[in-house]
Design a protein around this ligand. Structure first.
Ligand code: FCX
Length: 436
């Protein structure tokens, strides 16, 4: 047993007791109301979910177990010589609410490296994929297929007590996190290179550096970018499409592989994680039309209006909950200012930051004209020659596994029931409104 699993086991009884006491005391306390508009409007702002691992504030952005991104960046252990947090540390933080020591993070890295072997049928399946299959579809299929050796599904079949099921969800989650970069790197190398991994998993390297080596990248700066990237994309509370899909499917006691594959399929949508690919596609279209990555402000403004008039969204801008610049955007901007201030695409990104919010405000539709996480990530990846934009959402998915799976482990530990909200028809709603 890893010391992290032991620590989670220690924390569970107190949390269960806290929730029982709170729930008993406030069973009938009303925390909000639901309007007809919200029912048709994608349930925006309805409080109907519990997610213990992270919480989003519309003004200041995400907090992981109470820690803002700058706080987490400062507090979490770094690689030797590095300045960015190791994503293994955020896994620990999300699971326990505690900042791990460097030694504890090392244990996580070592465990993930040791458990990283892909089952043969999964690697054969990836190798058999035609190049026309989108990398997100490949990743989702690979994760679904991994459930053949799910210890959670096996435990359920053996009739293990519901109280114990979280332990198996934990084990599957660790296996999934360990294997995910290998599957993702294989997909990358098959699609864009010679089909051979850039390196084997090295037991002495951290998760991000191993992932970078397998993808075929060998520079300390790219390792740092991966550490930052894989940390900040991990979680965004419970209601976003990928977190909610994983949580929902998990509530049917589908194992962690099946549950997270559902989350990946949601992440693959252009209004969610695929937006990072869309941003680069949009910038490329801009360059093709104007002939340069250095448009004048007037050219850029015109291109933006053409996008909006064509009934399309400006990718990377707007958010369902946030109402300010996403701190995940800001920390990537800081990374760029530190490492690649003169990069032409970064300059264009900065120019967009100066111009898009005004244009979107004039357009008058979006509730939030500010950039989100996806407006920046592709530009950083391109700078380090990871230029295959179709692949970008896969990186988001590798990171998102951390948050979705931490939530899943706790959902099973707290024995949350099957999720099943009530739906209405327009007719039945009309009857409710009429008081019938
Ligand atoms: N460009 C143009 N129009 C936009 C817009 C944008 N960037 N953002 C919102 N709008 C429009 C909406 O399409 C909607 O129009 P409608 O009334 O004709 O349907 C109107 O403004 C009101 O939308 P709003 O309430 O502000 O936003 P929603 O909660 O409905 O949607 C998303 C939020 C993120 C889906 C929306 O802002 C969008 O499409 N952005 C571009 C895609 C994107 O960057 N997605 C990534 C988000 C995120 F960070 C992630 O999950 O990865």
């Amino acid at each position: 047993i890893s010391s992290l699993k032991e620590r989670v086991a220690e924390l569970i009884p107190a949390k269960q007791a806290e929730i029982k006491e709170f729930r008993d005391a406030h069973k009938n306390t009303v925390v909000g109301s639901v309007t007809v508009d919200q029912i048709y409007g994608g349930m925006r702002d309805i409080r109907g979910l519990i997610c213990e691992t992270s919480l989003l504030d519309a003004q200041e952005g995400i907090r992981f177990r109470g820690m803002s991104i700058p706080e987490a960046q400062a507090a979490l252990p770094k690689a030797p010589g590095g300045e960015e947090p190791l994503p293994e540390g955020i896994w620990w933080l999300l699971l326990t609410g505690e900042v791990p020591t460097a030694e504890q993070v090392k244990q996580v890295s070592a465990e993930w490296a040791a458990r990283s072997t892909l089952p043969k049928h999964v690697s054969d399946m990836i190798d058999s994929m035609p190049k026309t299959v989108h990398p997100m579809s490949q990743l989702s299929a690979a994760v679904t297929l991994m459930n053949s050796d799910s210890s959670f599904a096996d435990a359920y079949n053996r009739g293990v007590n519901k109280r114990e099921l979280w332990k198996y969800a934990y084990d599957d989650s660790v296996d999934l996190l360990a294997r995910l970069p290998v599957a993702a790197a294989k997909i990358y190398r098959n699609l864009y290179h010679d089909g051979k991994l850039g390196a084997e998993v090295d037991a002495n390297l951290d998760w991000s550096a191993n992932f970078a080596r397998m993808l075929g990248f060998n520079t300390p700066e790219f390792d740092e970018l991966m550490r930052l990237y894989l940390t900040i994309h991990c979680a965004h509370e419970g209601g976003n499409v990928s977190a909610h899909s994983t949580h929902l499917v998990g509530s049917a006691l589908s194992d962690p592989y099946l549950s997270f594959a559902a989350g990946l399929n949601g992440l693959a949508g252009p209004l969610h994680g695929l937006a990072n690919q869309e941003v680069l596609r949009w910038i490329t279209a801009l360059k093709d039309e104007i002939g340069t990555y250095e448009p004048t402000d007037e050219q850029l403004t015109e291109f933006l209006w053409n996008t909006l008039k064509g009934g399309r969204v400006v990718p990377g801008y707007g958010h369902a909950v946030l109402r300010k610049t996403d701190p995940r955007y800001t920390c990537q901007r800081e990374f760029a200012l530190k490492h690649l201030p003169d990069d032409p695409l970064f300059k264009l990104t900065s120019q967009l930051y100066r111009i898009v919010p005004d244009v979107l405000t004039q357009h008058g539709k979006t509730k939030n004209p500010w950039p989100n996480v996806d407006a920046h990530s592709g530009v950083l990846l391109t700078h380090y020659n990871l230029t295959e934009m179709n692949y970008y959402t896969v990186l988001f998915g590798v990171s998102r596994a951390i948050g979705c799976l931490a939530d899943l482990v706790w959902s099973r530990a707290l024995m949350f029931p099957l999720e099943r909200p009530k739906s209405e028809t327009t007719e039945s709603l009309k009857a409710i409104v009429a008081g019938k």
